[in-house]
Design a protein around this ligand. Structure first.
Ligand SMILES: Nc1nc2c(ncn2[C@@H]2O[C@H](COP(=O)(O)OP(=O)(O)OP(=O)(O)O)[C@@H](O)[C@H]2O)c(=O)[nH]1
Ligand SMILES: [Mg+2]
Length: 463
């Protein structure tokens, strides 16, 4: 990111490229309104208030390019905090490109990815956690990711961090006061009270760190491998979960040759279901063997394994499959299938298969779609650990996670310092290190331009 870019007026298309009913071009910077005014035929925009909309034409050398609506925002009451203009055009690529070029001719520069939001951050309209939440909100494709991003955009995480910061500053103020009176040998900072405060902040940090597992689930989804011997009903189960005929089902063992991947949304969390080729120990079929190798890889790479077995098979047969694929070491749900053609009821089956070393067990009929909703709920609970609460901050960003880990380490050092009765000035230094790591997350400390470039470079242009 160029350092002088901040002072220029930037322009970019804010809506997706290509044709559409409407395309919106955005400008931000001190010259945004004069630049648009110079290509606009209608009211004099220089004389208009902020938060107003004006109808008119964009003209170039007396030729009308488009009929448009102009929305004005005046500093500081805009997204970036600067003067901003949005030009709503008809959504033709030709019109949009022409209008952008005209703005550039009149002195605007093309915006870098995320530059509008970066300006909002630099102008104090939001902290870094909120700016990053904007990118997460745009990228969210299911309700959980959307809710987590919105929570942070509204300042949920910022609020928690500001609270921790205030506590640490209070702590450090007490220590520094003590330093001012060091000659008199008074202790303003009651060491027990300090320790209590420290434990509170440490606990909060650990809660945030722990939420990252859930954050990953929300942001990246959950990989679920459906495995089992040929003909157990894996593809039928995939279809039942998706409620569509996605994978080929047949009575011929070895029907699924390659892995089939589909996405399933359960209560706002995305599950990436991977139907695999049935694994059997000895196969002479070369293509089936490749499929089986992929199945083994799918198990290794999955977050949850759905192990599907035929309840008409013996317990020994089922146990040998579990051992063969080492399923006990994975997060696994055992699914006994073909309930419709069994003489047993669920109680009897529970007894029959009680030795299975997988605690989470379901008995279903994939063919008749019986037991599918309960299975979905188990998948959801296993993935979220029953702890999905959007009132709490959930860490979804690895940059935040890394900084919180450093904070946790730094808090530990302060604690050791108090335990070892180190002098107040050294303690104050350690506390400052904690504040530093908090500042890294919020961007309150002078943030390295390269880091800002990496964060905002992931945005789309126009945001
Ligand atoms: N009766 C009954 N038959 C089922 C059930 N689930 C699957 N089947 C049948 O079992 C056969 C095999 O089903 P698939 O879904 O192709 O089995 P698969 O595990 O994907 O098999 P491969 O791809 O060969 O590894 C088909 O004839 C299905 O109709 C069930 O719940 N009840
Ligand atoms: Mg199959």
């Amino acid at each position: 990111m160029q350092t002088n870019h901040h002072v220029d007026t930037i322009v970019a298309l804010a809506t997706p490229p290509g044709s559409g009913a409407i395309g919106i071009i955005r400008l931000s910077g001190s010259r945004a309104i004069p630049i648009v005014n110079s290509i606009f035929k209608g009211k004099n925009l220089l004389l208009q208030q902020g938060y107003t909309v004006h109808y008119g034409e964009i003209i170039h050398e007396s030729e009308v390019i488009d009929q448009v609506l102009i929305t004005l925002f005046k500093t500081p009451k805009s997204y970036t905090g600067e003067d901003m203009v949005e030009i709503s055009c008809h959504g033709s690529s030709y019109i949009l490109e022409t209008v952008i070029q005209l703005c550039i001719q009149k002195g605007a520069v093309p915006a870098m990815p995320g530059e509008f939001t970066q300006r909002a951050f630099l102008n104090g309209k939001m902290d870094l956690t909120q700016a990053e939440a904007v990118a997460d909100l745009i990228a969210s494709n299911a309700s959980a990711a959307h809710k987590a991003a919105l929570h942070n955009l509204k300042g949920g995480f910022k609020h928690v961090l500001d609270g921790m910061r205030e506590q640490l500053i209070h702590f450090s103020a007490l220590i520094e006061l003590e330093l001012d009176f060091s000659q008199e040998d008074v202790a303003f900072a009651d060491r027990n009270a300090l320790m209590d405060l420290l434990l509170q902040i440490t606990q909060r940090t650990h809660q945030l760190l722990q939420s990252f597992t859930l954050g990953n689930v929300i942001k990246n989804g959950v990989k679920v491998a459906i495995v089992g011997k040929p003909n157990a009903g894996k593809s039928t189960l995939l279809n039942a979960l998706l409620n569509e005929e996605r994978a080929i089902v047949s009575a011929i063992a070895g029907t699924t040759r390659d892995t089939v991947e589909e996405t399933l949304n359960i209560n706002g969390i995305l599950f990436k279901l991977i139907d695999t080729a049935g694994i059997r120990q000895h196969t002479t079929d070369e293509i089936e063997a490749i499929g089986i190798a992929r199945s083994k890889k799918a198990i290794e790479q999955s977050d949850i394994v759905l192990f599907i077995f035929d309840i008409n098979d013996s317990i020994n047969e089922v146990l040998s499959q579990i051992n063969q694929w080492d399923l006990a070491k994975h997060q696994c749900i055992a699914v006994g299938n073909k309930l419709d053609v069994s003489a047993s009821n669920i109680q009897l089956l529970q007894q029959q298969f009680s030795n299975i070393p997988i605690t989470n067990r379901h008995y279903i009929s994939a063919l008749q779609q019986d037991g599918i909703e309960a299975l979905k709920l188990s998948l959801f609970n296993m993935a979220t650990g029953d702890s999905l609460n959007f009132e709490n901050t959930i860490i979804t960003n690895s940059r935040h996670f890394a900084a919180l880990q450093s904070l946790s380490q730094a808090l530990q050092e302060v604690k050791q310092g108090i335990d070892n009765n180190i002098p107040g000035d050294l303690l104050a230094l350690d506390i400052r290190r904690c504040l530093h790591f908090l500042g890294i997350i919020t961007g309150r400390i002078e943030t390295d331009r390269d880091i800002l470039g990496t964060i905002f470079g992931k945005f789309c242009i126009g945001k």
